[in-house]
Design a protein around this ligand. Structure first.
Ligand SMILES: [Zn+2]
Length: 195
């Protein structure tokens, strides 16, 4: 984004460009935050399903730890037989745009060496939730309102701070500037035309 600052107010389209830039950056930040949260939730779900933390020793008892995740090859549902096997990457659509490269855990069945079919609650049950995760849901109208006010106030501030030096009062002859030290300008100010 390039804005050429010059004398006078920001034009409406320039303010719009600034807001758009802020919005795009906010969206990027939101996607990164959502990605981190979802990945942490995926790891937490694996830990819950396996009944053991990452790196913990796998104990096999006579009592199976039955999971609702099942080996796609041999049908084993005993989580004691499942081990973490890295990640694959997928995308996730959200109201902030598409999150790319989301790291999804993979599990391997130690009975047969094939993949376990993992249905992640956070991805399936809440797919719609992530899609709805846009500015309205997450931040209400707060951020948008703030940006609007910020834009207006900034526009006014930039406009008036420059305008104080360059403002030409409409009822004055061309060239009569506010703040000039001529008696006429002083008289105009004293005659009920406050700046
Ligand atoms: Zn298997």
């Amino acid at each position: 984004m390039t804005i050429h600052f010059r004398q006078g107010k920001l034009e409406a389209h320039e303010r719009q460009a600034i807001l758009e830039e802020v919005y795009q950056q906010a969206k990027g930040t939101a996607r990164a935050a959502v990605k981190a949260v979802v990945e942490a939730l995926l790891e937490a779900e694996v830990t819950a399903k396996l009944g053991r933390e990452k790196g913990a020793v796998r104990h096999i008892s006579g009592q199976p730890h039955v999971s609702d995740w099942v080996c796609g090859q041999c049908g084993c549902a005993d989580a004691q037989q499942f081990t973490r096997d890295g990640h694959y990457r997928r995308s996730l659509q959200t109201g902030w745009g598409s999150i790319e490269g989301l790291r999804v855990p993979l599990l391997e069945c130690q009975q047969c060496g094939h993949d376990v079919i993992c249905h992640f609650t956070i991805l399936e049950k809440y797919e719609r939730f992530w899609l709805d995760l846009d500015q309205d849901v997450v931040l209400g109208s707060g951020l948008c309102e703030s940006l609007r006010h910020l834009s207006e106030r900034w526009g006014e501030a930039v406009g008036s701070s420059i305008g104080l030096r360059t403002l030409v009062l409409p009822h004055q002859p061309d060239g009569a500037r506010v703040g000039a030290s001529s008696p006429d300008a002083h008289h105009a100010g004293a005659a009920g035309h406050p700046i």
